[in-house]
Ligand binder design. Structure first.
Ligand SMILES: [Zn+2]
Length: 355
C-alpha cells in the first residue's frame, strides 16, 4: 500500500472550500455531541454510536455519507490517541488565524476515477494524473488543502501488480519447429491451434477463388499470430533479466529439404520482438550458436549414444543420458534451452573478464 498525492486544478478550490466547511461543521457537531455525552453519562461515544445521530445528514449537505463516516471515525481515533475528552474545534473562517486547513476525508465508494478527473458525489474535479490512476485500486483517501490554498487528493492505494522492476531470472530459449519456443524453465510457447481453423477456411476460399475472403483470412491469421507472439515476448521480457536464444534462422532452414513457409512457426518474428523489447526494458539479450545444444546432456555436459542427432532426429522428444554417473531424463527441447542458457552465461562471463 502507498499514498498518492495529486494536485487538483485551481478552478475547483471554491467548491472544495465549501465542502471543507461542511466537514468542519460535522466535525464540530460530533465533537460536541461526544463531549456532552461524556459529561452526562461518563462514557465515550464510539463511531458506531455517533452514526445514529448523523444518519441522513448527507441529504442536507453536499457531503457523501462515506465522508461523514470517515470524519467520525477519524475523530474517535484522534480522541483515543490524544486521550482527550474533546478535540480542537475546526475553524472555517479563512480570515481567522486559527483557520483549519481544508480536509475532506472519504472512503473508496465515495469516489470514482475516470480520464483525468475524480468524481466525488455530483462533483467532478479535474486533476493532473501524474501516476496513471487507472492502474491502482483506491482503498481510501481525502482531499486536503495546503497552506497556500491549493487542493490535492491523497489516495491510499494498492501497489499495481506489474511493478516488479528487479527481476533477476535468466532464461534460455530453444526456438523450434513444432512449438515456437521451449524455455529452460519449462515454459513452452505453443503454435496455437486456431491457425489450423483459419487455414481450413482459407483452403475453402482459395478453391472457391474468393479473393476478398482469402485476403481477409490472411490478414486474420497474421494478426492472431502477431498478437500471440507479442504476448509471449512481453511475458518473457517482463519476467527475466537475461534472455539467451539460439541462432536458429529461417534462412538456414531453407538450405535443408523443407521449405521456409512450412518451417517458420513464427520464431523469426519472436526473435525480432525479443530483440527490441529487451533493449527497451534494459534486459540482457544474447544470441548463441545452437550447434550441439540438442545433443549435449544439460546435466553432465556429455554427448552420449542416446542423444538425439540434431534436427534429423525430430521424433525423439525425450531421452535418457547414457553417462552412468548421470542417467538424467531429458526433455529434448528444454534440455536444449538449458544448454543455450549455459552458453549465454559463459559468453557473458568472458565478456566481463575482457574489461
Ligand atoms: Zn547426462
Amino acid at each position: 500500500m502507498k499514498t498518492l498525492k495529486l494536485r487538483i486544478k485551481d478552478k475547483h478550490c471554491k467548491v472544495l472550500d465549501q465542502l471543507a466547511s461542511e466537514v468542519n461543521f460535522v466535525w464540530n457537531y460530533v465533537n460536541d455531541l461526544c463531549f456532552k455525552h461524556l459529561q452526562r453519562k461518563g462514557q465515550f461515544f464510539s463511531a458506531y454510536d455517533v452514526a445514529k445521530y448523523t444518519k441522513g445528514t448527507s441529504k442536507e449537505c453536499n457531503l457523501h455519507s462515506q465522508t461523514i463516516q470517515a470524519v467520525t471515525e477519524e475523530l474517535v481515533i484522534r480522541r483515543k490517541q490524544f486521550k482527550k475528552a474533546k478535540l480542537k474545534w475546526r475553524v472555517s473562517n479563512k480570515k481567522s488565524a486559527r483557520c483549519s486547513l481544508g480536509w475532506i476525508p472519504f472512503k473508496k465508494v465515495a469516489v470514482k476515477y475516470a480520464n483525468g478527473y475524480i468524481q466525488y458525489g455530483k462533483h467532478q474535479f479535474k486533476l493532473w494524473d501524474s501516476y496513471g490512476l487507472s492502474k491502482y485500486t483506491v482503498k481510501t483517501g481525502s482531499f486536503v488543502e495546503d497552506s497556500r490554498g491549493r487542493w490535492y487528493v491523497c489516495l491510499v492505494v494498492d501497489s499495481p501488480k506489474q511493478e516488479k522492476p528487479t527481476e533477476t531470472k535468466a532464461i534460455g530459449i530453444d526456438l523450434g519447429l513444432k512449438d515456437i519456443a521451449a524455455c529452460s524453465d519449462g515454459t513452452v510457447i505453443f503454435n496455437p491451434k486456431f491457425y489450423r481453423q483459419y487455414e481450413q477456411k482459407l483452403g475453402i476460399a482459395q478453391r472457391a477463388k474468393n479473393k476478398k475472403r482469402v485476403r481477409a483470412l490472411h490478414a486474420k491469421i497474421k494478426n492472431c499470430r502477431k498478437d500471440h507472439l507479442h504476448k509471449a515476448s512481453s511475458m518473457l521480457v517482463k519476467n527475466n533479466a537475461l534472455i539467451v536464444i539460439g541462432d536458429l534462422s529461417a534462412q538456414k532452414l531453407v538450405k535443408t529439404k523443407m521449405a521456409k513457409s512450412v518451417l517458420d512457426t513464427g520464431f523469426s518474428a519472436l526473435k525480432t520482438m525479443l530483440t527490441y523489447k529487451c533493449e527497451n526494458a534494459g534486459v540482457l539479450f544474447e544470441e548463441v550458436s545452437e550447434n550441439f545444444t540438442t545433443q549435449v546432456c544439460s546435466s553432465c555436459g556429455e554427448i552420449t549414444a542416446s542423444s538425439p542427432k540434431g534436427r534429423a532426429d525430430l521424433r525423439i522428444r525425450e531421452w535418457r543420458c547414457c553417462n552412468e554417473k548421470c542417467l538424467s531424463l531429458n526433455d529434448r527441447d528444454i534440455n536444449a534451452a538449458l544448454n543455450i542458457l549455459a552458453l549465454g552465461h559463459k559468453r557473458l562471463a568472458v565478456g566481463i573478464s575482457l574489461f
